[in-house]
Design a protein around this ligand. Structure first.
Ligand code: CAP
Ligand code: MG
Length: 427
C-alpha cells in the first residue's frame, strides 16, 4: 500500500473540508511522511494493503498537506462524514489511528469544523444568555457548590447542605460527578427534597437559586430522570458526558428540545486521554464536540486549582466556548472556527478552588464564567453558610477592585476563609 498517496504537501483544501491538526511522532524506522500517510489513510478510507479503489472512492481520501515542527494538517472531504453524527465523526478522526504501530505517539490537537458539519448540529439550547436569564444574574460570575463529601450523604443531609449553600449566597448547587442514584441517596428523593429546600432558600434570600442533579446513567434512564427533574420544577441537569458517551448526549439534547432544561456537562474521564501532550485527543476537541452537540455549560479547568489545566489550554477552551469566530492561533494550537449560529457555552472553572483563588480565576475568565467551589465552601471554619458567603464576598471584592485582604477587614466570612486557606494552590 502506497500511503504517500494520502500526502500532498502544498495542497489547498476547500473551506468545505474538515481539517485536523495532529502531533505525529513516527515509530522507529518510519519517516514522518510515511507515518503521516498512514494517519491520513487509516482515518479516512485507506487500509494496509492494495485493494481496488474507484475514482469516486478516491475522492473520499484524506490529504496531509501542511507540516511544521512535528505537527501536520490533514484535510478530510466532508462527504466522508455523516452530518449530525458525532460518534461517526470521532470514530474517523479519533479512532483506530491512535493504535497504529507506525506512530510512537499521536495526538489530535484541534479540528476546523466546516459549515456543512456545523449546521447539522443543534448546539446549546440556552447558552450563556439563557443561563443568566434563568438565574437572573447579569454581570458577575455565577457560583456553584457541590455538597461535599462527594457521595455518602442521605437526601435529607444533601438537601440541608444545599439549603445552607444557597442561603449563604451561592447561586447553584451541583451534584458531584459520581453521585447518581445509589442506595443511600436515591435520585428522585434527592431531587424532590433539594428542590423543596431551594424554594425555602429563595424565599429567604430573594435570589433565584438552581439545582443541577446528575442524571448520568443508561440513556433511557437519563431521559426518565431528566423528565422527572422537569416535572418537579427543576431547570438544570448535569451529565458526565464522556462516561455517558456522545450518542447518549445527542439523545438527551434531542429530547431536551421539549424538556428545555439547561445542560451542564461534567468532563470526568477526559484526563485519561487529554493530559498527555504527546498522545491522545485534546480537551479542545472535546469542547468543540460538546458545543456542537449542544451543552450549555462545560468544565474547562482553573489553572490555579488541584487539577492539571495549563493557562494556554484554558485560554483556548474559553475562546472555543464563548466566541463565534476564531482565527487560527498556532501558539494555542488552535485552528480557525466559525460557529455560525451556535450559542456560546458558559465555561465552568472548578477543582480545588477557595475564596483566596477567586481573583486569579476572574483575571483568567472575566465575568462570563461559572465558578464552582466545593471543598472551599463546605470546609469553611465557620460552616457551610459562611463558606458560601465568603465566595460571594471574594467576587464582590474583585468586582469593586478591592484586594481580598482589605475587603476581609469588614467581611468576617472572607477573613476566616483567608485565615484557613490564604492563597494556597491545592495539588
Ligand atoms: C471539584 C469537583 C469537580 C472537579 C472536576 C471534584 O470539587 O467536584 O468534579 O472540579 O474537575 O469532584 O473534584 P472541589 P474539572 O471544588 O471540592 O475541588 O472541573 O477540571 O473537570
Ligand atoms: Mg466533582
Amino acid at each position: 500500500m502506497n500511503y504517500l498517496e494520502f500526502v500532498e504537501w502544498g495542497y489547498k483544501p476547500s473551506p468545505d473540508e474538515l481539517i485536523c491538526l495532529f502531533r505525529v511522532e513516527p515509530s522507529h524506522g518510519f519517516s514522518f511522511d510515511e507515518a503521516v500517510g498512514r494517519v491520513a489513510s487509516e482515518s479516512s478510507n485507506g487500509t494496509w494493503t492494495e485493494v481496488f479503489v474507484s475514482e469516486e472512492v478516491r475522492k473520499l481520501s484524506a490529504k496531509a498537506y501542511e507540516k511544521t515542527n512535528g505537527y501536520v494538517k490533514i484535510a478530510y472531504p466532508v462527504n466522508l462524514f455523516e452530518p449530525g453524527n458525532m460518534p461517526q465523526i470521532l470514530s474517523s478522526i479519533a479512532g483506530n489511528i491512535f493504535g497504529m504501530k507506525a506512530v510512537a505517539n499521536l495526538r489530535l490537537e484541534d479540528v476546523y469544523w466546516p459549515p456543512k458539519i456545523v449546521e447539522t448540529f443543534k448546539g446549546p439550547k440556552h447558552g450563556i444568555n439563557g443561563v443568566r436569564e434563568t438565574l437572573k444574574v447579569k454581570n458577575r460570575p455565577l457560583t456553584a457548590t457541590v455538597p461535599k463529601p462527594k457521595v455518602g450523604m442521605t437526601p435529607d443531609e444533601h438537601s440541608w447542605a444545599a439549603y445552607e449553600i444557597w442561603v449563604g449566597g451561592v447561586d447553584i448547587v451541583k451534584d458531584d460527578e459520581n453521585l447518581t442514584s445509589q442506595r443511600f441517596n436515591r435520585f428522585k428523593e434527592r431531587v424532590e427534597k433539594t428542590l423543596r429546600m431551594r424554594e425555602k432558600a429563595e424565599g429567604e434570600t430573594g435570589e433565584r437559586k438552581c439545582y443541577m442533579p446528575n442524571i448520568s446513567a443508561e440513556t433511557g434512564e437519563m431521559i426518565k430522570r431528566a423528565e422527572a427533574v422537569r416535572d418537579l420544577g427543576g431547570e438544570y441537569v448535569m451529565i458526565d458526558i464522556l462516561t455517558c458517551g456522545w450518542a447518549s448526549l445527542q439523545t438527551i439534547r434531542e429530547r431536551n428540545e421539549e424538556l428545555n432544561l439547561i445542560l451542564h456537562a461534567h468532563r470526568a474521564f477526559h484526563a485519561a486521554f487529554t493530559r498527555n501532550p504527546k498522545h491522545g485527543m485534546s480537551m479542545k476537541v472535546v469542547a468543540e464536540a460538546a458545543r456542537l452537540v449542544g451543552v450549555d455549560q462545560l468544565h474547562v479547568g482553573t489553572v490555579v486549582g488541584k487539577l492539571e489545566s495549563p493557562l494556554k489550554d484554558v485560554a483556548a477552551l474559553i475562546k472555543i466556548l464563548r466566541e463565534e469566530k476564531i482565527n487560527e492561533n498556532m501558539d494555542l494550537k488552535l485552528l480557525n472556527k466559525n460557529w455560525q449560529k451556535l450559542k456560546p457555552v458558559l465555561p465552568v472553572s472548578s477543582g480545588g478552588l477557595h475564596p483566596g483563588l477567586i481573583p486569579e480565576v476572574m483575571k483568567i475568565f472575566g465575568v462570563n464564567v461559572l465558578i464552582q467551589v466545593g471543598g472551599g465552601v463546605l470546609g469553611h471554619p465557620d460552616g457551610v453558610r459562611s463558606g458560601a458567603a465568603a465566595v460571594r464576598q471574594a467576587i464582590e471584592a474583585v468586582s469593586k477592585g478591592i484586594s481580598l485582604k482589605e475587603y476581609a477587614v469588614n467581611h468576617k466570612e472572607l477573613s476566616r476563609a483567608l485565615e484557613k486557606w490564604g492563597y494556597i494552590k491545592p495539588k
